[in-house]
Ligand binder design. Structure first.
Ligand code: TEU
Length: 575
């Protein structure tokens, strides 16, 4: 059986509000994407994943949808989205929409109707519960469970009019849909088919493993254990990958995807974002024989530098831990299923600052080293806007600099616990989602060519040096290296579908692995990456890596290949 098209493809994620602004209002929009569609051709990517552009109050930057069948005027129109779809298809590029169906906006008509009264016919489209144990609505401890919202505070919001609480795992303006109700699932499937009829080529499904909660037959939901650093509990075991998740995804596959194809007649692409998913579950979710999803976004590697108090309590990311995690995922999905491979995305800080070295001396080399490490793994690489030019974290100085509801929600929760802002800033500076949401740096002009207006979030001052224009024609640029990596995946079958074997699992600085595909040419690749600034003696550490043909390197060919230079990555052909 020939391997599916996405085994040799790369997906580019566009976060539209920060990509490019075509009308000068300071917000990125579809016109900006359309103007730069040839940037995707220049890179050689095969899919564009578009973060939400639907009508939304923008409480969570569009992940709070108030109308699933339109485009928010701030981004453009359905007609403009059709133009972008056509422009991408004309260039052989698929469009995958971001689908947020674990929750809607509280301004969605579905929720407005559901909250209108306890006897509303659609009351059961959302999770409504009375105060716990008959307590008075709004009384301390009256929340139905102790769950913390991802954005701080209780995951339950009291609706004064009816005296009941509704569940919101994210912001209070993002009420969770109740997927136990078949009417909800039917409405979601219908909407998804509507988008496929418009010609989109698949979906990235937001926190899709949250749609099945662990709920008792009588509707009881259970508390979670205490959450360090928060007055609330950790409900994740109660709402992640619940008992009906495979049933719901199988039903969705039958009702929505069965028999459908992408614009070129090939298979659609269905990606499940699944915080907390295990390798064992992912094997079930992505096994083609089970017809659930094609691949998942897992979070193990991006949680490795979270301290005991979570994301904003960062600790150094140890390379050995990364190898253990990536190695487990490579082995776990080797026989069935498929990995998504990512560093950056709109919810994560920039990898060149997080694991690389964004100092002027090492930024280019560390970014291209980490790019090579990831792209040579088995799986589909995702490239987040700006990563192709090594955009780095932003030098946040004050709480006022941040826009992200998650960062600010955590900060306000911590301040309420008596912590001083000065104590919170280092964790926010290192880990805030806003690091990935500063405008893409197109050139060295004012606002980096992102907008002629006032950007909704500050442009990184380093755009005068780090921008697309400065890199496009430079063969040694980060951008040029990504072009070569993306081309290599198309060119070499061993990159696309070869097996994976981790080497040097205990080495704290060198990340090395082997790829093999018997019968391919080459049938074997050896990849060695020095994830650090100090040179390493390869002839001592990995003698088999010395004297091989260099297929692709991120530094000029070495005089002495027995020494692996600081931040050097080499892709070497077999024997
Ligand atoms: O994110 C899922 C999620 O778990 C987020 O809380 C995110 O991973 C977190 O920041 C990690 O610490 C998805 C979207 O990607 C995110 O932008 C949305 O805010 C969230 O769902 C709600 O829709």
């Amino acid at each position: 059986m020939t391997a599916p098209w996405w085994t040799r493809s790369v997906v580019y994620q566009v976060y539209p509000r920060s990509f490019a602004d075509s009308d000068g209002d300071g917000m990125g929009d579809l016109g900006g994407v359309l103007e730069r569609v040839d940037h995707f051709v220049d890179l050689g990517v095969d899919v564009v994943w578009l973060s939400p552009v639907y009508p939304s109050p923008q409480d969570d930057n569009g992940y709070d949808i108030s109308d699933y069948r339109d485009v928010d005027p701030v981004f453009g129109s359905l007609a403009l989205l059709d133009d972008l779809t056509d422009a991408l298809h004309d260039r052989g590029i698929r469009l995958v929409m971001d689908l947020v169906v674990n929750h809607t906006s509280d301004e969605h008509p579905w929720f407005v109707a559901s909250r209108s009264s306890t006897t509303s016919p659609t009351r059961d489209w959302y999770w409504w519960r009375p105060p716990r144990d008959g307590a008075a609505p709004g009384a301390p401890g009256a929340e139905p469970t102790n769950w913390r919202s991802a954005f701080g505070g209780s995951a339950w919001q009291l609706d004064e009019a009816t005296g009941e609480y509704y569940l919101h795992l994210f912001s209070r303006k993002q009420p969770d849909l109740n997927w136990e109700n078949p009417e909800v699932r039917r409405a979601v499937h219908d909407m998804m088919r509507w988008w496929l009829d418009r010609g989109v080529d698949g979906f990235r499904m937001d926190v899709i493993n949250f749609v099945s909660k662990h709920v008792e037959p009588d509707g009881t939901l259970h508390d979670g254990p205490p959450m360090p650093g928060s007055p609330w509990g950790d409900g994740s075991a109660q709402f992640m990958s619940g008992p009906r998740i495979h049933e719901f995804l199988g039903e969705m596959h039958r009702e929505v995807f069965e028999g459908r194809t992408a614009f070129d007649g090939g298979p659609l692409l269905v990606v499940g974002e699944m915080p907390g998913v295990t390798v064992e579950d992912a094997r079930l979710f992505t096994d083609p024989a089970r017809r659930e999803v094609d691949m998942v976004f897992q979070f193990e590697h991006v949680d490795l530098d979270h301290g005991p108090h979570g994301r904003y309590d960062p600790q150094p990311l140890r390379l050995v831990d990364l190898k253990t995690s990536f190695g487990r995922w490579q082995a776990g999905l080797a026989e069935a299923g498929w990995n998504s491979l990512y560093w950056d995305k709109h919810d994560q800080p920039r990898i060149v600052s997080r694991l690389g070295d964004d100092s002027p001396a090492h930024r280019r080399d560390s970014a291209t080293c980490l790019a090579t490490l990831l792209h040579l793994h088995r799986g589909t690489p995702y490239l987040y806007q700006g990563q192709e030019i090594a955009m780095a974290n932003f030098p946040f100085e004050r709480l006022l600099d941040f826009r992200d509801i998650e960062s600010l929600g955590w900060a306000h929760e911590q301040q309420a616990l008596g912590r001083d802002v000065a104590e919170l800033l280092p964790g926010l500076r290192a880990q805030s989602r806003d690091n990935a949401r500063t405008p893409v740096q197109w050139d060295d002009t004012r606002n980096a060519g992102f907008t002629t207006g006032e950007p909704w979030i500050a442009v990184n001052p380093d755009h005068t040096t780090w921008n697309v224009a400065a890199q496009r024609d430079d063969p040694r640029s980060v951008l040029a290296h990504y072009r070569r990596l993306i081309a290599l995946r198309k060119e070499l079958d061993v990159v696309a579908t070869g097996d994976f074997a981790m080497l040097l699992p205990e080495h704290e600085q060198v990340y090395a692995f082997r790829r093999r595909l018997p019968g391919a040419d080459p049938a074997e690749l050896l990849v060695v990456c020095n994830v650090g600034g100090e040179p390493v003696d390869l002839d001592v550490l990995l003698p088999e890596a010395v004297g091989r043909e260099l297929v692709l390197g991120n530094l000029p060919a070495p005089d002495d290949d027995a020494v692996l230079r600081g931040w050097e990555a080499r892709v070497l052909s077999g024997s």
